[in-house]
Design a protein around this ligand. Structure first.
Ligand SMILES: [Zn+2]
Length: 298
């Protein structure tokens, strides 16, 4: 099909950096296996804060050039993961970062949060019908942690999956395609607890001044809800870590911990976890999949 590899996997994220934090190992693993790994990022992350003091002038309240800078960071991160197909929803700058929930930026007409879901989803339908992925990965309805752009990315991704499959919908955007499996990004509670225990034990050797809390980790659920886990070897963890470092305005990494602009350390998770919300599980009842394509016909 269009010369694309047999296995095709699509990730939908809100801002540059979310993909490396949540899915860096998974993306690198499938890219190395020759699957087609595609990323659609919905905004440029223009409203983010900036960690390196030398780049502080990029922020929205000063030069407002963080968006274009983050396009470069994302490209560098994707090079680390071996992912060649990364795009912005509707093209770079079509939708702007909405800022944190309740911020006045939420209400700007160009903010992703203000976008009509169906209108935004049409851009993604075109990508889905072009790439015909068997697997889609995005956030849960809360966006993992309530950021408006993450919630909106969830809505747009789920709606686009539905519209892409509808035979009567916008044939100018390509032939209908049904995505076989849809997953939400997850972290099991036990893994978060273990990660923060490790963090507490290592705090004196770390460069970060404070510790984040388990509540800062997006997508945490009880272990029973996890349906898939993707294991990492040393090379995959190195690729994920390098991709996170490439987002230098947003992330500082120290060993197996990292911090966002709040400077609070949190564990960097090597293994990545998912909850299957649509499609048939490829593992026996009560067991976790170790491959997101499990049970999928190529
Ligand atoms: Zn984000």
């Amino acid at each position: 099909m269009n010369g694309l590899p047999a296995r095709r996997l699509l990730f939908v994220h809100a801002h540059p950096d979310d993909e490396s934090i949540n899915n860096g190992v998974t993306m690198a693993k499938y890219a190395a296996q020759g699957a087609h790994v595609a990323l659609v990022t919905c905004t440029l992350g223009e409203e983010g804060e900036v960690i390196p003091p030398a780049l502080a002038h990029l922020t929205a309240d000063r030069d407002d050039t963080l968006g274009p800078h983050r396009i470069g960071e994302l490209a560098a991160a994707m090079a680390e993961l071996g992912v060649h197909d990364h795009r912005f929803l509707g093209g770079p700058g079509r939708f702007r970062d909405s800022g944190m929930m309740g911020a006045p930026q939420n209400r700007r007409p160009e903010a992703f949060w203000s976008a009509d879901v169906d209108e935004a989803a049409a851009y993604l339908v075109e990508v889905i019908r072009e790439l015909r992925p068997q697997v889609l990965v995005t956030y849960d309805p809360d966006g993992g942690y309530g950021h408006p752009d993450h919630i909106q990315a969830h809505r747009v991704a789920m709606r686009a999956a539905e519209l892409a499959a509808e035979t009567a919908y916008r044939r100018d955007l390509g032939d209908p395609h049904t995505i076989g499996k849809i997953y939400w990004n997850r972290v099991p509670l036990s893994v978060v607890e273990e990660g923060f225990a490790r963090l507490g034990a290592a705090r004196t050797e770390m460069s970060f001044p404070g510790l984040a809390s388990p509540r800062d980790v997006p997508g945490v659920v009880d272990d029973e809800r996890i349906t898939a886990e993707i294991d990492a070897d040393e090379a995959l963890v190195a690729a994920k870590t390098a991709a996170m470092r490439a987002h230098a305005t947003q992330i500082a990494v120290d060993g197996s911990f990292f911090a966002l602009s709040n400077d609070l350390a949190q564990p960097l998770f090597a293994r990545e976890y998912y909850e299957l919300v649509e499609g048939r599980p490829g593992a026996a009842a009560g067991e976790r999949e170790h491959d997101l394509f499990a049970g999928v016909e190529a």
